[in-house]
Write a protein that binds this ligand. Structure first.
Ligand SMILES: [Mn+2]
Length: 473
């Protein structure tokens, strides 16, 4: 593969072939130097100017840029038997760029910026296959004028948290378009609200292929009681809440792991018992005529026993549509939830690696397509990094061009003769990471995204030099 951009953006359609080609050149250039400013990433002033014109022309949107990548992502997902779709919100802070107009509040009195809510496709072995969808929005200032009660009374479609429901619906769409793939969307505690579970139960009752879900629980919800008795003992009252009910179920087995030391506590060995139950939420009291639907879901608890004196027990609770009958099934739910971490890595690559908050296009309509490009660039960095680990035997030429691998090989190996064949990806990613400061000592963990994105930036300079000054074997 000489150039990944041509493949990934094969079906790009911005309404004019010349604009499409310009877009691909811009994506290619920015992906080679993810952290560089536009003037620095382009060789000449006129190229940089042409890049700005592209973003200011008013016809390029984030949606149109992402369509071909989303299609390519779905093609990658179709080959998997299970795909995890973490969704999460992050704010992009442009408070230090007063030249950007029309941004919105992002929390905190003076912070201005916008929000992104991406859905990623992650394999259970944690390879990021791409961006399934992203919502980019600016919080309207009128929201600040609503009272808390008015905000509470808005229909769910008008609340910002509706994005989680939209995300679930998109995951269901993926499930339909990938008939042989089990689709599981994952949210942190922000996804724990009744309307989302109502939507999930509705989709599950339709009998069509739909997405499964894992939500980290936030509320200790009241439950419908199964038997009606007149007298309530204390035990029954406990059982009517989610956590109480889970605590009273028998343990399916134990998991053990080590949590690292923090400033306030030493590192410790944790043993958690795993418990599970199927629960029905007590019907909500809703204002305005919202119909209250029955919600029955599976719940899982991992609870620490045998605590050292004075320690808070480590408890995780998850709500899910996945089966919870056996120890193995419950362990799998926890493992899937932990893979949600990849979306946090993604935000870090986007902000620290691509420096997306340092961009200063003057209007959001121009900033959004640039953000869309960096979403794909950030994915690309994670994809290359993880492919190096999960497919180490694959030739690095499937990802990198000849001038890229040859120049890096020469630099890292201090001018050694080039091999006849391109190195395998696992070895090559170590070379790229070494350019980014990775030391590769015996007990070092595998290289992380930071050494990879710095390495990719440097690799670009070497590849340009390779093409410019010629080379001898
Ligand atoms: Mn979150």
């Amino acid at each position: 593969m000489e150039n990944w951009v041509d493949n990934e953006f094969l079906e790009l359609d911005l309404g004019d072939k010349r604009v499409d080609n310009k877009a691909k050149k811009i994506i290619d250039t920015l992906s080679k130097q993810p952290g560089a400013s536009i003037p620095k990433a382009f060789n000449t002033g006129s190229e940089a100017k042409s890049c700005y014109e592209f973003f200011y022309n008013g016809k390029v949107t984030a949606e149109k840029i992402l369509i071909p990548h989303q299609k390519a992502t779905l093609d990658r997902i179709r080959k998997e038997s299970v795909i995890l779709i973490p969704q999460d919100t992050s704010s992009l802070n442009y408070s230090s760029k007063p030249s950007i107009r029309d941004l919105g509040n992002i929390g905190g009195p003076k912070n201005r910026g916008l929000f992104i809510h991406p859905l990623l496709g992650i394999t259970p072995t944690r390879v990021n296959l791409g961006i399934i969808d992203v919502k980019i929005w600016i919080r309207e200032d009128k929201e600040k004028q609503l009272t808390d009660h008015e905000l509470y009374s808005l229909p769910i479609e008008e609340k910002e948290k509706f994005r989680w429901i939209e995300g679930y619906k998109i995951a269901c769409q993926v499930a339909k378009e990938c008939p042989n793939t089990q689709v599981i969307t994952i949210t942190d505690r922000e996804g724990d609200f009744a309307e989302l579970f109502e939507e999930v139960c509705k989709a599950k009752n339709l009998g069509e292929k739909s997405a499964d879900i894992i939500v980290r629980s936030y509320h200790d919800r009241k439950l419908e009681s199964s038997e009606k008795t007149n007298q309530k003992s204390d035990d029954e009252k406990i059982e009517r809440k989610l956590r109480g009910k889970l605590k009273q179920t028998h343990s399916l087995g134990e998991i053990k792991f080590t949590i690292p030391a923090t400033q306030n506590r030493p590192k410790r060995e944790v043993t958690q018992s795993l418990k599970s139950a199927t629960v029905t939420f007590k019907k909500r009291n809703t204002s305005n005529n919202v119909k209250n639907k029955e919600v029955t879901v599976n719940a899982v608890m991992a609870i620490e026993d045998n605590l050292p004196e004075g320690e808070e027990p480590l408890i995780w609770v998850f709500l899910t549509t996945l089966p919870i009958n056996t120890f193995a099934e419950v362990v799998l739910i926890i493992e899937y939830y932990l893979a949600r971490w990849e979306i946090e890595v993604f935000f870090k690559v986007l902000k620290s690696g691509c420096e997306v908050e340092d961009r200063r296009l003057k209007i959001p309509e121009s900033l959004k397509p640039l953000i869309a490009i960096f979403l794909v660039v950030a994915w690309r960095i994670m994809y290359a990094m993880k492919l190096g680990r999960s497919c180490p035997e694959m030739s690095c030429e499937t990802i990198f061009s000849a001038s890229e691998w040859k120049s890096v090989y020469k630099v890292v190996n201090k001018g050694a003769k080039l091999p006849d064949r391109a190195p395998i990806l696992g070895e090559f990613m170590i070379m790229v990471a070494k350019l980014g400061g990775y030391l590769n000592r015996k007990n070092d963990p595998p290289p992380g995204p930071k050494s990879i994105w710095i390495g990719i930036n440097r690799m670009n300079d070497f590849a340009v030099a390779w093409d410019t000054f010629g080379n001898e074997n």
